[in-house]
Design a protein around this ligand. Structure first.
Ligand SMILES: Cc1cc2nc3c(=O)[nH]c(=O)nc-3n(C[C@H](O)[C@H](O)[C@H](O)COP(=O)(O)O)c2cc1C
Length: 351
């Protein structure tokens, strides 16, 4: 593979070799039954797949697929402007890397070490003008906060999402994130369903509004609540002072048989979009997918599995190539649907 600027095909080819038996790096990544990632027995560890039957994972893809875009071709020439401002940082687009943590889900150190994975995502996003979010896993601790370390090395260019651990532990992570200059912090409330944390004696908890309020009050950074799938939870997060919410089902990894995220997004955006920033993820593989989410009410989107594969296949250069592809594809999709800027994206472009 060429070192400087590998093509996406080169990155994906390298990832396919490294993820042998774990992920087929298929042209379409949809969590269907015949995919390597869903080949585990029902209810066992999920690897890169979805929990249980895989329905939540595949519903994300099916729901996005079911949305149609309207061509809008007659009018003045358009050079789409994808620039996006995120808590004071100027990004080239509203597409960021999702907070996926835990290399043990995709082969462990034999594939990529956790520090190298975090650095690849954070640096690759920064190089491409995007922003890397980092997750949390049972191999993270206050002594080894891999995501925060990578973000600190990148001059604070990143977001740290912490699992719904004990309140005092979350706050200690937030303090470290502040010291690293992170853009924002947050909690994936749906991490309550991550089997691996409990299994490794790192308890996670269901969070109350009071708990979330305490977390918001404990830091001067914007606090993001990730893993919202209902209007009720969205409203509770807003009541607690969340600076943003992420409509997400964790890539279909925590609860079997949920709807696809884009199915619940419009209702949530309508209910709280004027009070907080609504971000969404789940099944986004292209700029066209991102555009659909934006048209359904998201202000920004996150990409999970494709960024993991890019980091494995090409390190920071791979992630940067993936992000550049997403920006080009979003630009193409906006051009063909007549959207000159992000502000021009609305449900009117859907049919
Ligand atoms: C291997 C893996 C690990 C993940 N770890 C985390 C995590 O630590 N924290 C978190 O908020 N979300 C985590 N997620 C969920 C992602 O942030 C994101 O919601 C999801 O991957 C989006 O769906 P997509 O992979 O189809 O793009 C993880 C996802 C995967 C695939």
């Amino acid at each position: 593979m060429s070192n400087e600027s590998p093509s996406l095909e080169e990155v994906r080819e390298a990832a396919r070799a490294k993820l042998k038996g774990i992920c087929g790096v298929y042209r379409i990544c949809d969590g269907q039954d015949n995919r390597l990632c869903q080949g585990h027995s029902y209810g066992s560890a999920v690897g890169l797949g979805g929990i249980g039957s895989g329905a939540s994972f595949s519903n994300n893809i099916k729901a996005l697929d079911a949305i149609r875009l309207k061509a809008n071709l007659i009018g003045p020439d358009i050079k789409p402007d994808t620039a996006f401002s995120f808590f004071g940082r100027e990004l080239v687009m509203p597409i960021m890397a999702a907070s996926a943590g835990g290399n043990t889900s995709f082969g462990g150190d034999a594939v990529i070490s956790e520090p190298a994975f975090c650095t690849a995502v954070v640096d690759g996003c920064k190089q491409a003008g995007s922003l890397g979010w980092r997750g949390d896993s049972f191999n993270y601790s206050l002594e080894n906060p891999y995501g925060i370390n990578a973000i600190a090395e990148a001059g604070g260019w990143g977001v740290q999402i912490v699992k719904p651990r004990d309140q005092a532990v979350i706050i200690a992570f937030f303090k470290k994130a502040e010291a690293a200059g992170c853009v924002a912090v947050g909690v994936d409330i749906d991490g309550y369903g991550t089997y691996a944390m409990t299994h490794h004696n790192q308890p996670v908890f269901r969070k109350s509004i009071a708990n979330l309020r305490e977390l918001v009050a404990a830091t001067k950074l914007p606090v993001i609540v990730k893993g919202v799938m209902t209007v009720a939870d969205a409203q509770a997060a807003v009541d607690a002072g969340a600076a943003a919410i992420v409509v997400s089902n964790h890539g279909g990894r925590v609860l079997d048989h949920t709807p696809g995220t884009v199915e619940v997004l419009p209702g949530i955006a309508k209910a709280v979009g004027h009070k907080t920033m609504v971000i969404a993820d789940g099944g986004i593989r292209t700029g066209h997918d991102a555009l659909k989410m934006l048209a359904c009410g998201a202000r920004a989107v996150l990409v999970g599995r494709d960024i993991i594969r890019a980091a494995v296949g090409g390190g920071a250069a791979g992630v940067s190539a993936q992000m550049r592809y997403l920006k080009d594809d979003l630009t193409r999709a906006m051009k063909m649907t007549g959207c000159a800027s992000l502000g021009g994206i609305s449900p009117d472009i859907l049919c």
